[in-house]
Ligand binder design. Structure first.
Ligand code: ATP
Ligand code: MG
Length: 774
């Protein structure tokens, strides 16, 4: 894009001017794909002191609305772009477009076709067959002018006539086979009201609007590739200023685990799968803003992914990376306990109170500022940070053990209080006054550090955790008869109602984005948070495998993971900041050794770019993957788990410190792909394997994790079984209900006993009785 513009400036085309436009249709909220288009159009113009127009492409009265016009302007502005005085509406050009249409008719290049939509489609031919003229193609200019005028005056019903270009019915480009320019729609337009009852179509409107506004470079997405010929044809055959604008196509952005199409997003909103366009899980700009994503992070993301000529799906982790990269140096660190457990310091006086100085930023960020954190007898810690029966490697609080309280003292657990159900209600400890600030003077080793708040001096808060809206990278990849809603992630939203945040936040500006130590980045929800009921949204978690890969890549050495500094280890014992290096533009590593590993992974194992890239640069993970690939045919699944999930359980240990190997990992991946265990449960299994070793099946068995109860896994299996056993199915329908046991047995066999019996029965009943009823 830059090169094209630079070349045009060089040759003096358009007098060296650069005028781009962003042309949304106001029929929904903008999403992250639009953000890319906005950054591209505004960015390219700004590079050359050009201007960018915001033009509403509003020629469809049925779907457009002022509400969307407002939201779109707000979103573009929030993203940091300014269209100055250049706000335009295609609907403002209706009169001029009408005049242009008359010009085409007068030149014999357009005609009124009174065929039905179906006839027109039929006559258009196919890719292998040329089109045929309808009965109206040779109407005289006078008759066409008359009919078109009467169409515009409201004399005819919707669909009675259309205005078509007269181009070439045999063109190999189907769009050139006399495309429709105008159609009749007796509908009120949100801006022009009842002024018009004929509306121009996209292809006619777009190029002429570009021309009217003096656009020089008209950027659109690849699916408009074939429309370029029509774009040029229209401008070539009408009296418009030269040189004409030119259309350039680039790949649209797709992001894993999400959908980017207003039609689908509208469906999510209308059918209430989400809580409005600005639901923080939505990939809309409004949703991301509400979630707390900084505009700068979105711009950085758009920069990072670049402009491509081929379609692909961008790794969701890149977006998260861009967000962390932005927040890490700016978000003050404070403490919030998400799931509180009372910790009583027995040797700290009742009613006593001490203030501890706590810096807002770790040293390497180079930012000043601190607050005082009250330390009292009753504290709250994270329920997860205490384990009565700790797995191997657990570095937090255990009976008799010591842990460091962040910015505070080392405490030793001396007792545990439980209620009648055996649930721990209080942990008792003693503190060592010599350890204020965290270090033990006698040099004794205290491994873990945990965060905490004072029970009486903390504020209740509701914390909302968001996860990916869909549970698969490509939500539109569905079975016959399903749609993308089948892949909605049921765990994309969780509310923690009893969180407690340190008192200092009560006096901060409400739009401060924090890093809650050890748990993630958070900001108050702009809609629901009130001073007497704080609500925090999790913007993003603290880390993922992507950040590590970059660190390895940046240090230039494959396998550097083990030596690399932890960003913030799970036990909080390190305060090193996250890496702030820029990611690589290309997934193929620069290092020659890694590049050849990358090629091997792409060719031999057919891995996706992102996974091949990670593995090629991390010899530890690569070894694990290679070992595993001997035990499963599902290499892509194995690669995904190796890249995405293993680093999570690894924390900052090297791969060879893992207590499981490739074989166990491969087995687990197989269990997931066969539907014998849910992905969620498999993650739990992986965590257990990481801490204790063992084999996946035994872990599943002992923890009862193998239950498959989600309908999307069971339904297709049940449908297959019913189909494969027609006699039994019919007998069941005829009243032999005892056969239910037979069918349940079959499902159990297929799932190795993992299917949830109740869910299975009810799905079976539906499958057996549903179609047989009528
Ligand atoms: P959707 O399919 O989401 O409705 P659209 O293309 O119909 O998108 P418009 O409002 O017409 O939405 O788009 C405005 C501009 O944004 C167009 O130039 C379009 O090419 C661009 N755009 C839309 N979606 C994407 C995307 N996913 N990636 C990049 N650019 C996009
Ligand atoms: Mg569109």
């Amino acid at each position: 894009m830059r090169a094209i513009i630079a070349a045009d400036i060089e040759t003096g085309k358009h007098g060296g001017a650069v005028v781009t436009r962003f042309p949304p249709e106001p029929n929904g909220f903008l999403h992250i794909g639009h953000a890319k288009s906005i950054c591209l159009n505004f960015g390219a113009a700004a590079d050359h002191d050009g201007v960018t127009h915001l033009r509403f492409d509003d020629t469809n009265p049925e779907t457009e609305d002022e509400l969307y016009v407002r939201s779109i302007q707000e979103d573009v502005r929030w993203l940091g772009f300014d269209w100055g005085d250049h706000l335009y509406f295609a609907s403002d050009y209706f009169e001029r477009l009408y005049q242009y249409a008359m010009e085409f008719i007068e030149a014999g290049l357009a005609y009124v076709d009174s065929s039905s939509e179906e006839e027109i489609r039929d006559c258009r031919g196919t890719v292998t067959e040329p089109g045929r003229p309808t009965a109206y193609r040779d109407r005289s200019v006078a008759e066409n002018l008359d009919l078109f005028r009467r169409m515009s005056e409201g004399e005819f019903a919707d669909g009675a006539h259309v205005l078509r270009a007269k181009i070439d019915l045999a063109s190999p480009n189907m769009l050139m086979r006399d495309p429709v320019f105008y159609r009749i729609r007796h509908a009120d337009h949100y801006r022009t009201g009842g002024d018009w009852c004929i509306y121009p179509l996209y292809d006619f409107t777009h190029c002429l609007s570009d021309s009217i506004e003096g656009i020089t470079h008209s950027v659109c997405t690849l699916e408009f590739d074939n429309n370029r010929q029509l774009y040029d044809w229209i401008l070539d055959h009408v009296d418009v200023p030269r040189p004409q604008p030119r259309q350039y196509e680039f790949a649209r952005l797709n992001v894993e685990y999400t959908l980017l199409s207003k039609r689908n997003l509208l469906r999510l909103v209308q059918d209430e799968y989400v809580d409005g366009w600005d639901d923080p899980r939505m990939p809309t700009i409004a949703g991301m803003r509400r979630r707390g994503v900084p505009a700068a992070a979105l711009r950085a993301f758009c920069d990072m992914i670049g402009v491509a000529k081929t379609e692909n799906r961008v790794d969701y982790a890149k977006l998260e990376y861009a967000i962390r990269d932005e927040l890490n140096p700016t978000a003050p660190r404070v403490m919030c306990v998400l799931r509180p457990l009372k910790l009583v310091v027995d040797n700290f006086g009742e009613g006593e109170f001490e203030e501890l100085d706590a810096p807002y930023f770790p040293d390497d960020i180079g930012k000043e500022g601190s607050r005082l954190v009250p330390f009292t007898r009753e504290l709250l810690i994270e329920r997860d940070d205490f384990e009565e029966d700790p797995p191997k490697g657990f570095r937090r609080l255990v009976p008799g053990g010591e842990v460091r309280l962040r910015y505070g003292y080392v405490v030793r657990c001396v007792d545990v209080v439980k209620d009648e159900d055996g649930v721990i209600t209080e942990v008792h400890c003693t503190y060592d006054p010599e350890t204020r600030g965290g270090s033990a003077p006698d040099g004794r080793k205290v491994q873990g550090t945990i965060h905490w708040v004072s029970a009486p001096h903390s504020v209740p808060a509701e914390v909302r955790l968001y996860d990916r809206l869909f549970s698969v990278p490509d939500p539109e990849d569905v079975e016959e008869g399903e749609d993308f809603t089948a892949h909605l992630n049921p765990e994309s939203f969780a509310i923690l109602a009893d969180a407690r945040v340190e008192l200092s936040v009560a006096s901060d500006p409400p739009d401060t984005t924090y890093q809650f130590e050890r748990t993630g980045y958070f900001v108050q929800d702009a809609v629901d948070s009130k001073s007497d009921h704080l609500v925090f949204n999790r913007v993003v978690t603290l880390r993922d495998s992507w950040a590590k890969v970059l660190r390895v890549a940046a240090s230039g050495a494959a396998g550097a993971r083990a030596e690399s500094e932890p960003s913030q280890s799970e036990d909080g014992s390190s305060t090193k900041s996250e890496d702030t290096k820029r990611p690589l533009a290309s997934p193929r590593p620069e290092d020659p050794g890694a590049a050849s590993r990358y090629d091997g992974l792409r060719e031999k194992h057919r891995l996706a770019e992102s996974e091949a890239s990670v593995l090629a640069q991390d010899v530890g993970l690569l070894a694990l993957f290679e070992e595993g690939s001997k035990h499963t045919a599902d290499e892509s699944g194995l690669a995904k788990w190796t890249v995405n999930e293993v680093p999570r359980v690894l924390e900052d240990r090297p791969v060879d410190a893992l207590l499981f190997g490739g074989r166990e990992l491969a087995r687990l991946v197989e269990l997931v792909s066969k539907g014998e265990i849910s992905g969620r449960a498999a993650k739990d299994v992986l965590a257990v394997l990481a801490e204790q070793g063992g084999d996946p099946e035994a872990v599943i068995e002992s923890r009862g994790l193998g239950r498959v109860s989600d309908a999307s896994t069971l339904e297709p299996m049940i449908a297959r079984l019913v189909e494969a056993n027609p006699t039994q199915a019919q007998s069941y329908r005829d009243g032999q209900t005892g056969l239910m046991g037979f069918f349940v047995g079959q499902v159990m066999k297929e799932t190795n006993g993992a299917a949830d019996p109740e869910v299975t029965q009810s799905l079976l009943r539906e499958a057996l009785m549903g179609p047989g009823r009528d």
